[in-house]
Design a protein around this ligand. Structure first.
Ligand SMILES: C[S@@+](CC[C@H](N)C(=O)[O-])C[C@H]1O[C@@H](n2cnc3c(N)ncnc32)[C@H](O)[C@@H]1O
Length: 289
């Protein structure tokens, strides 16, 4: 790929950040993207990751929990199944994500509090929570240090912060990026990998310590991303990705070519009617001091 300044910005994840930020001003577009996100990505990976994370971190009914950058609220929903009495608040910048979170939990309006807001300036009192959990949000924050300081502020001393960030691009997304590079552009190819190539991954423990956290621990969690009926699901995967609008704009023929290329590169990952691609997240835990 050419080494343009755009490519470098994309590799740093800043275009993915910009995409989520822009969604705030484009409610209808955001709502469509949030629906695709809920139907495809939550089912394929974010619910399994939430289940795997909550199985190892142990949150109790007594906890007061903040789900930071909650998206459509999957961590909150899985947590409610595990600990039905825990008080749960979800906050996300994107109005479309929060609208979807509200819609999918409308049968249990008292179980959750949903807030539209920015992680760097949250509408909560100091020490309001015993646990803050952030699943795959850090990559998109414009100022990670401000975000960590703010999360520290809303945790009471001794409270826990639980954070997951993808550790490397999974096979499926490498194949997808290669196909997007062939049929759309090298910039969009790089952009599609931004959530998996967070350049600050190794610096997260130091960032946590300098933001007032101690007992920082990390481990890796590998989850199977299960893409059911890939011919139907891969276009939804693409539409829920920051490059969705760029790919969709090229028309159905390009979408079909991308799906065909990905299926051909990932033949060995197809099991029956599912495509299964392992995906590794780094799990960080830390205590607020
Ligand atoms: C990959 S999604 C993860 C969503 C959710 N945690 C999940 O597991 O499904 C990243 C989320 O970060 C949110 N986000 C990005 N920047 C944010 C900010 N500054 N403050 C709060 N949320 C933000 C986006 O709106 C998006 O919903």
């Amino acid at each position: 790929m050419e080494d343009s300044s755009d490519d470098r910005a994309l590799a740093s994840g800043s275009f993915a950040k910009e995409e989520f930020g822009m969604a705030r001003d484009a409610f209808q577009l955001a709502r469509g993207a949030a629906t695709a996100y809920e139907q495809q990505k939550v089912v394929a990976i974010f619910r399994p990751l939430a289940e795997a994370t909550l199985a190892v971190v142990g949150i109790s009914d007594e906890d007061v929990v903040l789900d930071v950058a909650c998206g459509t609220g999957i961590v909150s929903r899985v947590l409610h199944q595990h600990s039905p009495k825990a008080a749960i608040t979800g906050l996300d910048l994107n109005e479309g994500m929060i609208a979807t979170a509200r819609a999918v939990t409308s049968q249990q309006p008292d179980a959750y509090r949903w807030e539209v807001g920015d992680v760097t300036s949250m509408p909560f009192a100091d020490g309001a929570f015993t646990v803050a959990i952030c699943q795959q949000g850090l990559q998109f924050f414009p100022d990670e240090a401000s975000a960590m300081n703010e999360i520290r502020r809303v945790l009471r001393p001794g409270g826990r912060f639980i954070l997951t960030v993808w550790a490397e691009p999974p096979r499926f997304f490498i194949a997808l990026a290669e196909a997007i590079g062939r049929h759309v552009s090298s910039q969009d190819a790089t952009r599609s990998l931004a959530p998996f190539t967070y350049p600050g991954l190794d610096a997260i423990p130091a960032l946590l310590r300098s933001s007032g956290f101690a007992e920082v621990r990390s481990s890796d969690l590998t989850i199977d991303r299960v893409i059911r009926d890939p011919e139907t699901s891969i276009p939804l995967e693409i539409k829920g990705n920051p490059v969705g609008p760029a790919v969709t704009a090229r028309g159905e023929g390009v979408m079909a070519d991308i799906v065909s290329d990905v299926l051909s590169s990932c033949r060995d990952l197809v099991h029956g009617s599912d495509l299964i691609s392992p995906q590794t997240a780094r799990l960080f835990t830390a205590i607020a001091v």
